[in-house]
Design a protein around this ligand. Structure first.
Ligand SMILES: Nc1ncnc2c1ncn2[C@@H]1O[C@H](COP(=O)(O)OP(=O)(O)O)[C@@H](O)[C@H]1O
Ligand SMILES: [Mg+2]
Length: 248
């Protein structure tokens, strides 16, 4: 079967003066339709670089990336923008809602850019607000909603384009822990309804809500498997473990 996401031997290399940084260092990763995967790792491990490549915001230095069977690793900016519109829904730490637009208008915005006509746009936006349980807030302004509700509006906006993949980059980073848990529960529910969710986080307690954890360290995958396996949340080469390795 064809994988929804397939990275093969992906490198992303930055030249900083005389120093070469391997932000991604030979990454092989496949994600199938309907999965809920968390990409985790400490700061600088390569999460954002991976997110940018999976999200068609950047291309690898070498290696290939296929999304929905299409090779996107060699695409130009315009083609990438087109595939982003068609296949991807983004959820960021900052909700990026436009304060002067109503909740409904905010959710409609990407459909407007995609050229979806007025009536259909409205209908699809209302449907995705329904999915996040905020249809009754359609006419409100973002400022009239709580932080968690605003994040759900941004999720509705991501869903309105009926994406193949929902990419969430530290989606709970700006929320208190209770509201953060609600948003995660919500992503889990979307996944149960069939959506493919890729969650990027530095936080193990968030990552374990996914079914599968992919852990990055220095641009390499050091764990890929069940989120509930104890090995998913330990950092084998972390500073803290060094002492225990003496004599091993
Ligand atoms: N545009 C860039 N230019 C140079 N180095 C970069 C650039 N983007 C990321 N890096 C480096 O690549 C490594 C991985 O970065 P990043 O993907 O942002 O990690 P994370 O999101 O896990 O914190 C880091 O060492 C970072 O300094
Ligand atoms: Mg980052």
């Amino acid at each position: 079967m064809e994988h929804l996401i397939e990275l093969k031997n992906v490198f992303k290399i930055y030249q900083m003066g005389s120093e070469t940084v391997h932000a991604l260092d030979g990454v092989d990763l496949t994600i199938d339709q309907g999965e809920f995967v968390a990409i985790v790792g400490s700061s600088g491990s390569g999460k954002s670089t991976a997110m940018n490549i999976i999200g068609c915001l950047d291309v690898p230095t070498s290696g290939t990336y296929h999304l929905g069977g299409v090779d996107v690793s060699t695409m130009g900016d315009d083609q990438q923008a087109e595939i982003r519109n068609k296949m991807l829904g983004f959820i960021f730490q900052q909700y990026n809602l436009i304060p002067k637009l109503t909740v409904l208008e905010n959710v409609e915005l990407p459909l407007l850019y995609a050229g979806v006509p007025g009536e259909e746009r409205r209908e699809r936006a209302l449907q995705s607000l329904e999915r996040v349980g905020l249809r009754d807030k359609a006419k409100n302004l973002p400022s009239q909603l709580s932080g968690g509700q605003q994040q759900r509006v941004s999720i509705a906006r991501a869903l309105a384009g009926t994406p193949s993949v929902i990419l969430a980059d530290e989606p709970t980073g700006a929320l208190d822990s209770r509201t953060g848990r609600e948003v995660l529960k919500f992503l889990k529910q979307l996944n149960r309804e069939g959506d493919t969710v890729v969650l990027i986080t530095h936080d193990n307690s968030i990552a374990v809500k996914a079914d599968r954890i992919v852990r990055l360290q220095d641009g390499k995958i050091i764990y890929d498997g069940d989120a509930h396996d104890p090995r998913a949340v330990v950092q084998p080469h972390g500073e803290d473990e060094k002492d225990e390795e003496v004599g091993a």
